[in-house]
Design a protein. Structure first.
Ligand code: ACO
Length: 335
């Protein structure tokens, strides 16, 4: 928790405007109340003001009156957002009538607010599936220039301080892009290095993981990881990266020296990039459950604006924590 407290302290310095599209969802409203009391971000709730007020009274919340509330069916920027959406999706043939329907959807409205400069970041997903949260973000804010895909990282905080950076590691992609090609995997590595610096506060040493170490096995899946490692190096010559590495060679010095002699990353990695979503998603859940690690995220990376997706099983504190992360991403972007 110390990790999140530091993020809240940092967020408190710039008080970013975070929009919560699920403004009537119980845990979201309770989280908004906590954030408004702690004061580390400004909160914009999407929903009908009277309905939000009534729900806040029912839940005995005391700080919701400090939130800005935007009613998706009745606010003064409806036409601005319709025109913006038509302009952004004109290549896809989106009509004004279709755009007018979409802007009533809180998930589209929130992303349009960010695109128009009316909010700095978004957290959603307590009530909506990952795809429904991500699709408007992909369509409207898109990726950072030079990064081809959005991916999802977890900051893993281990009880055993021997691994990573004092027990902190970044795992990616664990949440978004099912089957990246070599170029996309290189971009996931680069985006993970940004997350490592800006959110985990560590200087990244990236291991590109495989079931092979330095040619110990031959397979097209291994070739993809080797190619991705080379691409990442050519895109960012200063990046500290090595691959392909098995995870034991990446994490344990004696094994790293034996399997990948001379590698500066082997035995010393603090960012683990998985070859596909199946391995990344399985790995973070294994470490979370079997090693009782704290798994903070998913932190969406590579997106041109900070938008993060919750699990529908999230707790109030999960939402508060993800708002703290999102506010830090937004503060990093505005610098
Ligand atoms: N990064 C950036 N843009 C993307 C990405 C990506 N990773 N994936 C799709 N897009 C864009 C497309 O280019 C397209 O843009 P366009 O409309 O401007 O042309 C748009 O998004 C829609 O693309 P589709 O291919 O139709 O994407 P779809 O909506 O079908 O799927 C999704 C995207 C929902 C994210 C899908 O990849 C997915 O389901 N991923 C797995 C999510 C998941 O279930 N994760 C595990 C659970 S999370 C957890 O355990 C923590």
């Amino acid at each position: 928790m110390e990790f999140i407290e530091k993020l809240k302290e940092k967020a408190n310095q710039s008080k970013q405007r975070i929009v919560l599209p699920e403004g009537l969802e119980e845990r979201t409203l309770q989280a908004a109340d906590v954030i408004l009391e702690e004061g580390f971000a400004e909160i914009i709730l999407i929903g009908n003001a009277i309905a939000i007020h009534d729900e806040a009274v029912r839940l005995k919340l005391r700080h919701i009156d400090k939130a800005a509330i935007v009613d998706p069916l009745n606010h003064d920027k409806i036409d601005t957002y319709i025109n913006l959406l038509v302009e952004l999706r004109k290549n896809k043939g989106l009509t004004k009538v279709q755009a007018a329907e979409l802007v009533k959807d809180p998930l589209y409205l929130s992303v349009l607010m960010i695109k128009n400069g009316d909010a700095d970041g978004e957290v959603a997903g307590a009530d909506n599936a990952t795809g429904d949260v991500l699709r408007p973000a992909f369509q409207i804010v898109k990726t950072i220039p030079g990064i081809s895909v959005v991916s999802g990282a977890f900051i893993m905080v281990l009880k055993d301080k021997e691994f990573g950076e004092d027990g902190i590691l970044v795992f990616a992609d664990c949440a978004v892009h099912p089957d990246p090609d070599a170029g996309q995997l290189a971009d996931i590595a680069i985006a993970s290095s940004m997350t490592a610096r800006s959110i985990a506060g560590i200087e990244p040493r990236i291991a590109m993981l495989s079931f092979s170490t330095k040619g110990s096995a031959k397979h097209a899946m291994v070739d993809k990881v080797v190619e991705a490692t080379e691409k990442a190096r050519s895109l960012q010559p200063d990046i500290q990266i090595d691959g392909e590495l098995q995870v034991d060679a990446a994490l344990i010095a004696a094994i790293g020296q034996k399997k990948a002699p001379g590698s500066k990353i082997a035995g010393n990695a603090n960012v683990l990039v998985f070859p596909d979503l199946q391995s990344g998603n399985i790995a973070y859940k294994l470490v979370q459950r079997l090693a009782h690690a704290e798994a903070i995220g998913p932190v969406l990376q590579g997106m041109a604006a900070p938008i993060n997706d919750l699990s529908r099983g999230c707790s109030v504190s999960d939402i508060v924590n993800l708002v703290a992360i999102t506010a830090n991403q937004a503060a990093g972007k505005s610098k």
